[in-house]
Write a protein that binds this ligand. Structure first.
Ligand SMILES: Cc1ncc(C[n+]2csc(CCOP(=O)(O)OP(=O)(O)O)c2C)c(N)n1
Ligand SMILES: [Mg+2]
Length: 579
């Protein structure tokens, strides 16, 4: 997937952007996803002609939102930070929703931008003026960990070191460095010496106070009915095994969340309910001790169980997330009570709790739910069944699931089996997240599969071209109900509430007349496109064919026409939840 430039003869003198590029290499940034722009033409040249377009290698994207979503998907699958370069003002504006998604999902990302020349006397007429902003970082400051506009090469070195260190320090998130065009394009003579990067690494994970570990272990060991809420955790297999061992030692019921990546084997007898967007509060209500492992909305989940009454269970909260909380967006969620608050990452706390806790006797296995069979027409459930049958026993990484997916449709048995949702509820991330995961897992034997809504696919569809161009095999199954159906359901609720005709709920939501040929949109970008698949008997052969294409190295999209309708578990406040 390399685009090798012609060799450049060695030059003694370098430009500002060469030094910045050298720093990116020293930081071991593997890729830079980008869409080009004159504001960073200096850096662009340095990546190609100074670094030879490797370490980092450019990844050309057709839209900045796709560039950021690809870096997001890459970080989700690999745990590693990659870079993104966004053109002045407009590029950053295009990328901003995807940055918000990455922020809410707490993934590390190094975002480079550009402006200027900041020195007005050096601006070209017109374009350099509209592409200069006094405080460009302000556009994304509320959902990045840090931003900076360095004024010299040494300042840029330090800014990149800090941006990288901060992005990779838990709670992780995107950082933004804005590079003045004049700084990029200034001749600086010999390469200013690079700092020793190894001395500026992100810190080791912080250990919790041993007293807190003891207290939490005592609560858990003495519980009658302990429960564990497993939220944001790492992709490590050791971490996965430790969580299983802790749940087994405590005989605790375990809940997982469809918004966050696979965190516990969903077919384990202690796994209490299929992962859901809105967990069923009733299932939690008989718990007397709850261990929250960086669960996305602990307070909201407790409220689903106890309503406005005080939470009867003791709560052990394990999370560093409060370090990131700011006022602009409420992605910090409700404020949960905590009887023990361990401000550390779950991956660190779990082995300590495992050691300190006393084993509890085995309880009766919880009853398992399984959605009953209903219909024969193509539904998301039928799609899931066909896909499961065809991939039984194979290593698959699900990079996205559609809104109508019921967490009971497929089991997760490994940290890479599922990567969670988009973080910020920003539709359009699905294709980019899938391509990013395919980039991260290209050398593994795991096939990356994104199952997504037609709305999600259509908003982010140009990410496909980056996958075909760089030969990143992946499969996209579009659960195509030809509608922004989630919002039809909202209109239905409002109509019922107001005594107005529910029959009108589809207006301003349906995506038909003309019907969009989703497979053709894939073929137009060099991918395989199959469908529309309208009949149940065509479903399995179509997906089978698609899997063959992907195994042979292709990017493939299957347009599966599903009936509108969700089969996701809905509970408590979820019925009126907005998205
Ligand atoms: C950028 C953005 N625009 C709009 C929304 C509101 N929204 C939430 S879900 C949804 C529908 C998505 O459609 P699709 O992916 O086809 O899934 P479906 O609801 O049909 O299952 C919309 C428009 C959003 N969350 N993000
Ligand atoms: Mg839809």
């Amino acid at each position: 997937m390399s685009e090798s430039p012609v060799a450049v003869s060695q030059q003694k003198e370098v430009w500002g952007s060469d030094a910045i590029a050298a720093m990116l290499r020293a930081l071991e940034v593997p890729y830079l996803a980008l869409n080009p722009g004159a504001s960073y033409r200096g850096l662009h040249d340095s990546i190609v002609n100074y670094l030879g377009n490797e370490r980092p290698q450019m990844l050309l994207c057709l839209h900045e939102e796709a560039a950021v979503a690809i870096a997001h998907g890459y970080a989700k699958a690999s745990g590693r930070m990659m870079g993104v370069v966004l053109h002045s003002n407009v590029g950053l504006m295009h990328g901003s929703m995807a940055i918000f998604n990455a922020w809410c999902d707490r993934v590390p990302m190094l975002i480079l931008g550009a402006t200027g020349p900041w020195d007005a006397a050096r601006r070209r007429p017109w374009i350099d003026w509209i592409h200069t902003a006094s405080d460009q970082g302000a556009l994304v400051r509320d959902y990045t960990k840090w931003d900076n506009q360095p004024a010299s090469v040494p300042a840029a070195y330090e800014a990149l070191l800090r941006a990288s260190q901060m992005a990779n320090t838990a709670p992780r998130g995107p950082t933004y460095i804005n590079l003045d065009a004049a700084l990029q394009e200034a001749k600086v003579g010999a390469l200013p010496p690079l700092p020793e990067v190894s001395r500026f690494q992100a810190p080791e994970a912080v250990l919790p106070n041993p007293d807190l570990v003891r207290k939490a272990a005592q609560l858990l060991s003495g519980a009658k009915s302990p429960a564990i809420l497993v939220g944001r955790v790492s992709r490590s297999e050791a971490g996965w095994k430790a969580r299983v061992a802790l749940a087994e030692k405590l005989q605790a019921r375990v809940f997982t969340d469809i918004k966050t990546p696979a965190a516990f084997p969903t077919d384990h007898p202690l796994h209490a309910a299929p992962p859901a967007t809105f967990p069923d509060g009733k299932l939690l209500k008989d718990a007397d001790v709850i261990l929250s492992l960086d669960w996305v909305d602990t307070a909201g989940t407790l409220k689903a169980a106890w309503g406005d009454s005080p939470v009867a269970a003791k709560v052990i909260r394990v999370s560093v997330d409060a370090h990131l909380h700011r006022g602009w967006s409420a992605d910090y969620q409700g404020l949960p009570p905590a009887d023990v608050y361990m401000m550390c990452e779950p991956d660190v706390a779990v082995p300590l709790l495992l050691e300190a806790a006393k084993a509890r006797p085995a309880a009766v296995s919880p009853k398992r739910e399984s959605p009953e069979e209903k219909e024969q027409a193509v539904s998301i459930r039928a799609l899931a069944r066909a896909f499961n049958e065809l991939t039984e026993g194979q290593d698959i990484c699900l990079s996205k699931l559609p809104l109508g997916w019921n967490g009971a449709y497929r089991h997760f048995r490994h940290p890479l089996d599922y990567l969670g949702a988009d973080g910020g509820g920003g539709v359009g991330a699905g294709p980019g997240l899938t391509v990013g995961a395919a980039l991260a897992l290209q050398k593994s034997n795991r096939m990356v599969v994104g199952i997504m809504g037609d709305g999600d696919y259509l908003m982010g569809v140009t990410a496909l071209w980056t996958a075909t161009h760089y030969k990143l095999p992946c499969l996209i199954l579009v659960a195509n109900n030809r509608s922004f159906y989630n919002d039809e359901m909202h209109q239905e609720r409002v109509a019922k509430e107001r005594g107005r005709p529910v029959e009108n709920k589809w207006i301003g939501q349906r995506i038909d007349e003309p019907d969009i040929d989703l497979a053709a949109m894939a073929r137009a970008q060099g991918a395989e496109g199959i469908g529309p698949v309208k009949r149940l008997d065509e479903l399995k052969p179509s997906i089978e064919k698609a899997i063959k294409h992907v195994k042979a190295g292709a990017v493939c999209v299957v347009d599966v026409r599903v009936m509108p309708g969700y089969d996701a578990p809905v509970s408590g406040g979820a019925a009126s939840a907005r998205r």
